[in-house]
Design a protein around this ligand. Structure first.
Ligand SMILES: Nc1ncnc2c1ncn2[C@@H]1O[C@H](COP(=O)(O)OP(=O)(O)O)[C@@H](O)[C@H]1O
Ligand SMILES: [Mg+2]
Length: 508
């Protein structure tokens, strides 16, 4: 076997009292090898690597680099040990050129001509394609990433860590990146690539280490495994949850989404030709690695994202019958009285105004029903009181700023307000993120009650056990595409996990 570059032993890292991001993790990284670090969102991949790059310091455990026991206290410290990490969010200065960005922070004695010559040599040696005179703001994401990698190599990194480098790239760009990574590996560099895409793991890496809920769930040689086995390692055994799930007989179509497509500012399709129907009396769970288009899909339906193509039609939205939503702003959706409700990921900000109390927040949503600036506070006050009583919101009074309340109470207010408007369609994004178990169950029960009342519910979630226990159907998104629609009562965790991480052949 080749020479060991890094060995991490028994590494534990917690944030606060509740979140244990890494627990007793062992990990070995070798020269002349590409190691994939695979795991679901939140499984602790970035945190683990940030302890090598000097961003975090472990609570427990030991790190050895090139056979020596080391203490890594800063990114500079990591560089001195030959470790460089390319983060998901690039740290480049927009108004500077590529070369200027490489020179920043270098010893002022380094001459820019020498630097350019050395950088060009690196590009030639490994096959990087980079225009050093271009300003960063003129570069594509792929060019920026290339610049970050070249900069890291120029600074002497022999151990390179890339955090989800392919997330922002097109298939052609990924191929190019992989070719460069192989060249560097063959030159003896140690390379770690953080990813959650199984096909990439199989294609690019020699070995793969899987993290699950902060722990190392195993390390295998790629030649000894396959995508199915890796999925099982990633998702683990199914945990049976005691969440109520009723069956509603009478189902009516409530939403019809057809070929919906949304592009982000970089021109990438974040929602790619998605079509589905949603019915009353059902909870449609949406599964996917975070960033697979869940957020944009809901926002597009809600009028918060511009759609490039497609339509979404709401049915039987009181007084209006059938209505096309694409092209309407959120404000119009509300003012037309279309009974579409949205509980966004960003509770304080997009959902509620933190400085306002419950009453004002309830009023906010109803502003069109008010009479100019002289709004009646009586009705909203009654509603706020009703929400407080029914959902047991713990607040000193109805005018107490909601940002001072716990996450669970904030979520109850938001869900309460949306339900109070008697929606036909209720869309929720990460409704239980950051909430304790009891509050989470309270939210599941609320959604289930809504479903029984005939509301069509969308639940975007990240915990597969919850999705499998709560949903009537599960829609899986992968790279913005609808990659599978499963029956929530019969689907397995492996099936969902597999569809989350493997785009079907015909969709690639
Ligand atoms: N700076 C931080 N403060 C608090 N919690 C954090 C911080 N960074 C990560 N976490 C939490 O640690 C866990 C692991 O996160 P992360 O390492 O980013 O996972 P991954 O990279 O696998 O998606 C998550 O629960 C995340 O919310
Ligand atoms: Mg990460």
């Amino acid at each position: 076997m080749s020479q060991i570059a890094v060995s991490m032993r028994n590494i534990t890292k917690a944030f606060g009292k509740k979140v244990v991001a890494n627990k007793n993790v062992d990990l070995d990284i070798y020269h002349g090898e590409i190691l994939s670090l695979l795991g679901e969102n939140g499984s602790g991949k970035t945190t683990l690597m940030n302890m090598l790059s000097g961003v975090y310091y472990p609570d427990e455990g030991e790190i050895h680099v090139e056979g020596r026991h080391v203490t890594i206290t800063s990114p500079k410290n990591a560089y001195d040990l030959g470790i460089g990490m390319i983060h998901q969010h690039f740290k480049l200065i927009d108004v500077f050129t590529g070369l200027e960005n490489i020179l920043i922070g270098m010893d002022p004695k380094v001459n820019s001509k020498d630097c350019q010559r050395d950088v060009e040599a690196i590009c030639k040696k490994y096959g990087f394609d980079l225009d050093l005179d271009k300003k960063v703001y003129e570069m594509s994401v792929s060019e920026k990433e290339t610049l970050e990698i070249v900069k890291t190599v120029y600074r002497g990194a022999n151990i390179l860590i890339l955090d989800e480098p392919t997330a922002v790239l097109t298939p052609q760009e990924i191929r190019k990146l992989f070719a460069v990574l192989r060249n560097m590996r063959n030159d003896g560099k140690a390379i770690v690539i953080i990813t959650h895409k199984l096909n990439e793991v199989m294609e690019i890496s020699d070995r793969v280490s899987v993290l699950r809920k902060g722990e190392n769930a195993g390390t295998v040689a790629v030649k000894d495994t396959d995508e199915q086995k890796l999925t099982e390692m990633m998702v683990g055994e199914k945990i049976e949850l005691d969440i109520e799930r009723d069956f509603v007989e009478d189902k009516q179509k409530r939403l019809e989404v057809k070929n919906l497509t949304v592009r982000n500012i970089d021109g990438k399709k974040v929602v790619d030709n998605v079509s589905f129907d949603l019915y009353s009396g059902e909870i449609l769970g949406i599964a996917g690695i975070s960033g697979s288009g869940q957020k944009e899909l809901l926002e597009a339906i809600m009028g918060l994202q511009k759609c490039e193509e497609g339509s979404s039609v709401i049915y039987n939205s009181t007084a209006h019958g059938v209505h096309e939503l694409v092209g309407l702003s959120t404000k119009e959706i509300i003012s037309y009285g279309l009974h579409l409700a949205f509980v966004p990921e960003d509770r304080l900000g997009m959902g509620l105004v933190g400085n306002m109390g419950m009453t004002d927040n309830v009023m906010l949503k109803r502003y069109k029903k008010g009479n100019g600036p002289f709004l009646h506070r009586k009705k909203p006050e009654e509603t706020a009181q009703k929400i407080k009583d029914e959902l047991e919101v713990a607040t000193p009074d109805l005018d107490y700023p909601v940002r001072r309340l716990s996450g669970g109470n904030v979520q109850k207010i938001l869900v309460g307000r949306e339900i109070n408007n008697k929606p036909t369609v209720l869309m929720t994004a990460y409704a239980v993120r950051g909430l304790d178990i009891n509050t989470s169950y309270a939210i599941y029960n609320l959604l289930n009650e809504q479903k029984k009342k005939g509301v069509a519910v969308i639940y975007v979630g990240e915990d597969l056990d919850v999705l499998l226990a709560l949903s009537d159907r599960i829609m899986v998104l992968c790279s913005g595409k609808l990659n599978g629609m499963l029956d929530g009562r019969t689907a397995t965790k492996e099936e969902v996990g597999y569809l989350m991480t493997n785009l079907k052949e015909e969709e690639r």
